[in-house]
Design a protein around this ligand. Structure first.
Ligand code: GLA
Length: 374
């Protein structure tokens, strides 16, 4: 769990914004909820290239005090801090990449005190063998760096990183292109590609549910919760219920939760979605089994995720455009006809217990999360 600079600030990332974000993670209570990684994405380095020793150089205008001062700042607040690079000669935004400099860059980041690397895959060959080789080189370099890193692979899923991510030292791997601040996919003329909408990620989360487990997670991408059309990624924003569905699916799927909005100016509604501790407990449950869809009811879906205490969470999700009453049976979630306790996690209340079946009204694009124990 943490925050990443890309969705909000893109290439306009600066030391000041990162410091203010670090402060806000603490003062808002987000850090206490578990959001403790502060990650600097693309565009942090000098675009013109490396220095005479071949080292990457922080952009002196954006980061006038260098990066060691920033990692110290984050660590003093009890945060961990992440950096970004790419497995080719250039990053997605055209800054120097790390291919061929893996050991040197990993040692530099370690000397600055970084704890996390997001490693992108723009400008690199798209065959699986090369991807495994390039991520493997960086995985080894991080292990040799003398510092513990969380290694976040950003290959977008095309080379099936969920099959080999752990073997190269990865702890999380993106499973799609960039998720935009939109319910449906949107055409991005500047990138000549589609930006993924949250509705599409829901299917990806289900399809790849067998591949996430403790130590290596399917990464559904940074959260768009709270962006509301602001920030440098596009999409126009989601409704409150859509953001709630987004959060519900990322939690039930055990995806990393990397906030993408401006937490310095977080609206109450956004805080409520990001800081519901009972919902976050679903994401962080130590059993670590990603949830999956178990039944469809027209455009509505029933999802299920087992929990470490022997209970489970179910999600009732409506992907259609009209409200629907959904009735599911105990047998649909593998339970016997015996009394069950039900807690509605978004409403924060114990609710209609059931023995055989339960009916709930689900509004368009809404997700209801129910924690069920026998
Ligand atoms: C790719 C990644 C994004 C972000 C940008 C930065 O698009 O998927 O998450 O890191 O590059 O340029």
């Amino acid at each position: 769990m943490g925050w990443n600079s890309w969705n909000m600030f893109g290439w306009q990332i600066t030391e000041q914004k990162v410091r203010e974000t670090a402060d806000a993670l603490v003062s808002s209570g987000l850090k206490d909820c578990g959001y403790n990684y502060l990650v600097i994405d693309d565009c942090w380095s000098q675009k013109s290239g490396r220095d005479r020793r071949g080292d990457l150089v922080p952009d002196p205008e954006k980061f006038p005090n260098g990066l060691k001062a920033l990692t110290d700042y984050a660590h003093n607040l009890g945060l961990k801090i992440g950096i970004y690079s790419d497995a080719a000669d250039k990053t997605c935004a055209g800054y120097p990449g790390s291919y061929g400099f893996e050991e040197q860059d990993a040692a530099l980041w370690a000397s600055w005190g970084f704890d996390f690397l997001k490693y992108d895959y723009c400008n690199a060959p798209t065959d699986q063998a090369t991807a495994v080789e390039r991520y493997g080189r960086m995985g080894t370099a991080l292990q040799n760096s003398g510092r513990e890193f969380l290694f976040s692979l950003c290959e977008w899923g095309g080379c099936s990183p969920y099959l080999w991510g752990k073997s190269v030292g990865g702890h999380m791997w993106r499973v799609s292109g960039d998720v935009f601040d939109s319910w449906i996919n949107i055409w991005m003329p500047t990138w000549n590609t589609y930006g993924i909408g949250v509705d599409v990620s829901i299917d990806i989360a289900h399809d790849l549910h067998p591949y996430g487990s403790p130590g290596g997670w399917n990464d559904l991408d940074m959260l768009v919760v709270g962006l509301k059309g602001k920030g440098q990624i596009h999409g126009g924003g989601l409704s409150f219920l859509e953001y709630q569905t987004h959060m519900s699916i990322w939690c039930i799927a055990c995806s990393p939760l990397m906030i993408g909005c401006d937490v310095r100016r977080m609206e109450q509604e956004t805080a409520a979605l990001l800081m519901n501790r009972e919902v976050l407990a679903v994401n962080q449950d130590r059993l670590g089994i990603p949830g999956r869809r178990v039944k469809r009811f027209g455009r509505c879906e029933l999802w299920q995720k087992p929990l470490a205490d022997g209970g489970m969470v179910v999600a009732l999700l409506n992907r259609g455009s009209s409200g629907q009453d959904v009735t599911f049976m105990a047998g649909d979630i593998g339970l016997l006809d015996s009394p069950k306790l039900v807690r509605d996690l978004w409403a924060g209340e114990d609710t209609a217990d059931f023995t055989t079946q339960l009916t709930r009204r689900v509004e368009p694009h809404q997700t209801i999360l129910l924690r069920i124990s026998e």
